[in-house]
Design a protein around this ligand. Sequence first.
Ligand code: GLN
Ligand code: ZN
Length: 758
Amino acid sequence: MTNVISSNLGYPRIGKKREWKRALEGYWNKQLSEKELLEETDAIRFANLKKQKEIGIDLVPVGDFTLYDHVLDTSAMFGVVPDRFNYDGGKINLETYFAIARGTENAVASELTKWFNTNYHYIVPELENVTPTLTENLPLKFYKEAKEKLGIDGKPIILGPITYLKLSKGYEENDFSNVLQRFIPLYVQLLKELEEAGVSWVQIDEPILGTNLSKEVIQKAKQVYEQFHNAAPKLKLILQTYFEHIIHYEEIIEFPVQAIGLDFVHGESLELIKQFGFPEDKVLAAGIINGRNVWKADLEAKTDLLETIYQAVKNKQIIIQPSSSLLHVPVTKESEAQLDSNVKNGLSFANEKLDEIVTLTKGLQTGKQTIVQELARNNKELEQFNHSTHRNNEIVRKEVEALGITDAQRSLPFAERIKKQHEVLQLPLLPTTTIGSLPQTQEVRKTRTKWRQGTITEAEYEQFIRANITKWIHIQEKIGLDVLVHGEFERTDMVEYFGEKLNGFGVTEFGWVQSYGSRCVKPPLIFGDVSFDTAMTVKESIFAQSLTDKPVKGMLTGPVTILNWSFVHDDVPRETVQNQIALALRKEIKALETSGIKIIQVDEPALREGLPLDEKKQKAYLDAAVYAFRLATSSVQVQTQIHTHMCYSEFQKIYDAIDGLDADVISIETSRSHGEIISAFEENTYEKEIGLGVYDIHSPRVPDKNEIKQNISRALKTIPTEQFWINPDCGLKTRSEDETVGALKAMIHAAREIREEQ
Ligand code: GLN
Ligand code: ZN
């Protein structure tokens, strides 16, 4: 093997057409036996490995495949099973594995949390009371399998101990080093076994090194890697980081590993290697193709970048790879038959990215002149992409540039606006409302599919949506809600819906990526400058409003969330695109207001997830997010009430930003972490109106009135009654009609009794 090789950090698990999802769900629904599930998923895994080999990747990852989540796999491997699942040692069976992930009748599932700043969710390991043991050497199993069955000498992937334990819960922070000590022998044994089996390269993922860790933790990490090196000196360890540059770069590059993997797409790795150099005794694993977006790389520019990086590598040993696992991108653009061909020319999904890696590797190995054909083709396709409609829209760019801070300000401060709003809206004390979506039944989804396939007409579909709106406006009136919603029946997804209607967006057919477990999302593409085309939500909102005297909220997804949940091209700064989206929403909001809508809700459930890993960058991100939100919402009249909604609870950190949004009313998901959220408002004096979710919508269980009353009373100890709204945690689209009606009745009942007590 030469000194320049190609590698991959992880491949999408879900299959070209989500075969993986269907296999898992088939098993959960008891349509597939365990044997059938394993046969199907083995086939997907083998096909993935073969594909990577066929493309020409030198170091094909093994052990990145999973039946749910790779963090959960690590827990299973180390016997980290919470007490409530009655695990008594040994290799973990599928039943226990899925029980931890999905819960059982008697035991709630482990918590799901976002994997760094991505929309992938992992199962949080619970370390309380566990005695870690190595129940099974999973990387070894996958290594042997690939070798024996496919003749592939793979690169096992392991989630590193610092990251694994930092992502776990169930211990005190100052106990970190003790906890670490209990896991190290297991890692050591695992690595020794890999070495004995003849493994060459091993990738240890430590993305946590891209976050702000203390010096003590870095010191501990160093000792850990020394132990690894001593235990298995022949293994070539790649200490792999991604999503951000290494914060303690100078210390970490001295760790005794064979290679260090750096992300040259996110963060400042290039500046770091230029400033501090790169150690002569190590191989640089250079992540230069973006593993998080779907855009074709400019290979000419990447060749130059690679050349610059290569100059810093003294021993001339380099591995060329994506910036992160490709689990965050869809499998292949080959399946996209409907997309505009110019837009398609600008795309690169997992397989196409690996092709790019192979080309770049060849270029560095044998000289740029050997890849001139590939470069020319790449260049031509990018040209075509650049010429697609909406790719460059000077008008909207100028319009955004012309806007400034005064365009992002309501004309009166909250204290004065709210009086006018109260006059107009005439709501009772403790007004009741919901978050927006109402049950998306099978019927709703089937009808939409029929309309998309053309089996029913546009008019029939519209009629169907209207019938649903009508039905639910009546239900809400009957239950006695104060502020109604139209129900969002016309939306598959809160981002895709807008993506289909705004200029500069595209939607794929098979561009799915895993979000959590078998759940996949299909983020829209933002391939060009975003601009408003025609009204997106006005028809449904005014129809709903025409049916009732109660106010019906206009319902939009905010600029930050639309951006964070889309694949956005990277040749314009994200903030610019965010402001373009904001400007389009500003026009939509104007249209709603002109049509007589008095309350407009702009949801920002993804505001927090875009928070940069490096604390130094967080303020700039939040400032930009706040600006965009205000750009979208601030041009309304004083008496128009702006609401926003967020679905998470870790709030302290972003409190100022939340306040800065200047929304008149905010609703927040709360019921799973009441105390914590309320305390955020205790320490600050929040003046605006707020609805803390009073019941959990994730569970099919219908809450009873008293339990809701308790939640309300608890909140009212901190938040003045005049400021408080009563609403569920989040949208109700996943619930059935009966569950929804039952729970909302209980909520209204609770609200009435509390009002009487005032
Ligand atoms: N309005 C959206 C709904 O109710 C909000 C969803 C969300 O916060 N994720 O479905
Ligand atoms: Zn929500």
